[in-house]
Design a binder for this molecule. Structure first.
Ligand code: CA
Length: 231
């Protein structure tokens, strides 16, 4: 079943067997161990038992759906990177609207190569222990603690996904600097835009929602992109 290799184990939860088989093939060809489950409850149990380095979750699953699997992991304090497989645009809206704590998503039909590239990108971003010597970054009421990978607003902790943290950190480290969506995609996600800059908007919206009263810290610069500013 699960085989561990140097790159770590990826958990795939997908009830469509041809897609699951394709993901197993491509991920293992790239050096990952792969464990596949075909329904949400088994997927959740496997995530808890096997401690994968990343989870690829289909949204529409029998029983417990993918969004619920992710929500339960996050609820339990598990911030393993999660990539969703979505079948339709309205599912993308659910990923966004429910603030599920996803790190990325791909819409079916997708290229298995692209999915593997995204898994690797999220792992690159979250690899290695944080540098304990890196000083906190403050902007307005928001403080970013790189050493702990945590964020507080007026002293109260905010639960961000790895991707949300990296996005906020990228913007806050250069306050006032305006980044295009393409720049953010390349720097934060680690891959070139395939016309897929919507994912940037989605994550900015999620971070703003979590910052609450401090949401204005992330400013939209119309026609250009985003900047972190203090008022
Ligand atoms: Ca499905």
């Amino acid at each position: 079943m699960a085989e561990h290799t140097g790159k770590g184990l990826v958990l795939v939860v997908e009830d469509e067997r041809p897609i699951a088989d394709l993901l197993r093939l491509y991920l293992s060809r790239d050096g990952f161990g792969v464990h596949v489950e075909y329904d949400g409850a088994a997927g959740l149990a496997a995530a808890r038992r096997l401690k994968p380095v990343a989870c690829v979750l289909d949204i529409a699953l029998p029983g417990v759906d993918g969004t619920e699997v992710c929500r339960r992991l996050r609820e339990a304090g598990d911030w393993t990177p999660v990539l969703f497989l979505t079948a339709r645009d309205d599912e993308v809206d659910r990923v966004v609207g429910l603030e599920l704590g996803a790190d990325d998503y791909v819409t079916k039909p997708f290229s298995p190569r692209e999915l593997v590239a995204r898994v690797k990108a999220v792992l690159r971003r979250t690899a290695g222990p944080p540098d304990p010597s890196e000083a906190p970054v403050r902007l307005g009421p928001v403080t970013l603690h790189p050493a702990r990978r945590t964020v507080t607003v007026a002293g109260a902790p905010v639960a961000l996904t790895q991707t949300e943290f990296d996005l906020l950190a990228h913007l806050m480290r250069r306050p006032g600097r305006v980044f295009t969506r393409e720049e953010l995609l390349a720097s934060v996600w680690g891959y070139a835009a395939h016309g897929g800059t919507r994912t940037v908007d989605v994550h900015v919206a999620q971070v703003r929602a979590k910052l609450g009263d401090a949401a204005g810290l992330l400013r939209t610069v119309r026609g250009v992109g985003y900047a972190a500013t203090d008022g």
